[in-house]
Design a protein around this ligand. Structure first.
Ligand code: F6R
Length: 606
């Protein structure tokens, strides 16, 4: 959460900072701010809300300075207003911060006793005063080393100083930070996305490190303040993926890109010639793995749940899943024969990273299923299975979900084959079906009119439910999450068979209920559960797959049929109408689809 940009240049930086902040807005959009240095003064401008407000409220063209830092905020400490917006500055120092300073209350007490005055309610402001305090007794590098040691919690920082006309200091613990290299200027950014329009040469800071970024040189230091050398990476250029093209929203574009997401994943992992799956460089012997533990947050957690069903169906491995924020604090029984799989689109989610770190510290086998291959989770895992779906900008995850479940399905199928737990003919058949999946997704994407017509019913309701059994249950959870995060409508996902144990009490006349009942092994059971809600007045939207058999139900409100394939792959197709339902509900309400309220794309605080 929160986005940071810093530029040290030989020309004015404010317009480049604004451009980068617009790209970073997916990380937070509660407030935005910039500080530049010119003629020995720190000039600070900040506004509540979007970067657009900052542009409207200030004459940024005349904000001079060849060095500056900028920030978009996702509020943690202090309400999202302009006072709490970053940068936070004293007369001498200005700071932007991503993360949480856990000992800020204690530090504030200490700094107040030293006579420092505070303006905001943020934890970040203590950093400004702590640096100022430490500079009274130490030279710059020592003051920074000392300050960083005094801070508990997580941070990525960008710092400028009134008296250092071309220096930006960056520091990282827990929250990601990158340095970029340009012609006669250098940059600091909370991810490569912010820097990509300016450079493809990047160095990522590791935990505990800090750096001095000047327009023509960059130096890196470890937590003791000793100079270190770091690698410069060259990023691939996929700039066109960062544009909305003709689409109204990134989310709409990303939903439509899903056939391509699957094609890319299939090309990466399927051996066309031999109808086989290739997972190159898998670092462990197959009989070293007896169980699998899948960990993620939000949509990525739903991918883990989906994978559990497939792993259990296709292999005899023991499979567990957990939400990363729970896993990291549980008393885990670490086992050497478990493969720990971390699922994350961004690869920067703080809780997922902490869970990975815990497993690494216990010397476990760790594998990352990520989209951003330069991310912290990818870099620190023993093995990486990229989902290759290109940048996902809309805050609500869509194509990354299908990318994640594709890779997890491929992995479960491959392990099943390597463990001789699937008949070779079935294995080949499933691979053949997989190859046809992008076409089926393409055809299922044509259901817009059906979904648009029913979207308002969900908006007008007090709440809604999404039901499914077996393979459809994780998709029900994902559909409910999409609707709540985009349309702000209360939506609950439940296993259809669980309704009678409590949630059925919520059903009242006219309540919209989505029932996922593809013609798989669970079909008849789910249809019975559906009747229980129909009987209590629910307005049921049945989502099933095309079949020659008629739908065996009466009194349903609406139905949508997706294309048809084998049971394993139906979850991919069922996801499409649910993504579109959430999209059109939010569109009808006029909500900001790519940036839903209170959320951010990359959740780098715990
Ligand atoms: C929901 C959504 C979130 C993310 C979650 C994990 O649409 O996008 O629930 O799935 O914040 O993010 P990553 O996958 O980046 O670890």
């Amino acid at each position: 959460m929160c986005g940071i940009i810093g530029i040290s240049s030989n020309k004015s930086v404010s317009s480049s900072i604004i451009n980068s902040l617009k790209k970073l807005e997916y990380r937070g959009y509660d407030s935005a701010g910039i500080a530049t240095l010119s003629q020995g003064f720190i000039n600070e401008v900040k506004s509540e809300g979007r970067v657009e407000n900052l542009e409207n409220n200030f004459d940024l063209k005349n904000l001079s300075g060849n060095i500056g830092i900028g920030h978009v905020r996702w509020a943690t400490h202090g309400v999202p207003n302009s006072v709490n917006a970053h940068p936070h500055s004293s007369e001498n120092v200005s700071v932007v911060h991503n993360g949480i300073i856990e000992n800020s209350t204690l530090l504030k007490k200490y700094l107040l006793s030293k006579g420092h005055k505070f303006k905001s309610q943020t934890d970040t402001e203590v950093i400004v005063h702590l640096i100022t305090e430490n500079l009274k007794t130490s030279e710059l590098k020592d003051a920074i080393t000392k300050t960083l040691k005094q801070l508990h919690g997580s941070f990525a920082l960008g710092i400028i100083f009134k008296d250092m006309p071309d220096l930006i200091i960056g520091a990282r613990r827990g929250s990601p930070l990158a340095v970029g290299y340009g012609p006669s200027e250098n940059y600091l950014g909370s991810d490569s996305y912010a820097l990509k329009s300016m450079t493809n040469k990047i160095t990522y800071l590791d935990d505990g490190e800090f750096c001095f970024v000047k327009k023509d040189e960059v130096h890196f230091f470890n937590e003791e303040g000793t100079k270190i050398n770091k690698k410069v990476l060259e990023l691939s250029s996929d700039q066109q993926n960062y544009d909305k093209g003709d689409y109204k929203h990134f989310m709409a574009k990303e939903i439509e890109e899903q056939p391509q997401t699957l094609k890319t994943g299939i090309k990466e992992y399927l051996d066309n010639m031999n109808n086989d799956i290739n997972i190159y460089n898998f670092p462990w012997k197959i009989d070293e793995i007896k169980s699998v533990m899948l960990i993620g947050c939000g949509t990525a957690y739903h991918s883990c749940l989906m994978a559990k069903y497939w792993f259990e169906e296709l292999t005899t491995l023991d499979v567990n899943i957990d939400i990363a924020s729970e896993f990291r604090y549980r008393k885990n029984r670490f086992k050497n024969d478990t493969l720990y799989i971390f699922v994350s689109q961004s690869g920067e989610t703080a809780d997922t990273y902490a869970a990975l770190d815990l497993c690494n510290k216990n010397k476990m086998k760790t594998c990352a299923v990520v989209n951003v291959i330069e991310s912290s989770i990818a870099r620190d895992s023993n093995f990486v299975l990229p989902i290759h779906c290109g940048p996902e900008i809309g805050v609500a995850s869509t194509k990354a979900f299908l990318g994640q479940i594709l890779v997890l399905y491929i992995l479960s199928l491959k392990l099943s084959s390597l463990r001789n737990e699937i008949d070779n003919k079935d294995y080949k058949e499933k691979i053949k079906d997989l190859k046809n999946l992008p076409n089926l997704i393409e055809q299922t994407l044509l259901i817009d009119n059906d979904v648009q017509a029913i979207a308002s019913t969900f908006n007008e309701a007090k709440g809604s439910m999404f039901l499914g059994r077996g393979f459809s249950y994780p998709i029900a959870l994902e559909g409910a999450l999409k609707l709540k995060e985009l349309s702000y409508v209360h939506a609950e996902g439940y296993p259809a068979g669980e309704m009678k144990h409590g949630p059925l009490a919520l059903i009242e006349e006219g309540m919209p209920v989505v029932v996922l009942a593809p013609r798989d092994n669970y079909y008849k059971k789910t249809i019975s559960n559906m009747q229980e809600v129909v009987a209590r007045g629910a307005k049921v939207l049945l989502i099933t797959n095309k079949s020659k058999d008629e739908i065996i139900s009466e009194n349903i409100w609406e139905s949508i049929e997706v294309e048809t394939t084998n049971d394993d792959l139906l979850p991919f197709l069922l996801t499409i109408p649910l993504q579109k339902l959430a999209y059109y509900s939010a569109l009808k309400k006029g909500y900001d689809i790519d940036k839903p309220r209170n959320l951010a794309k990359s959740v780098t605080v715990e």
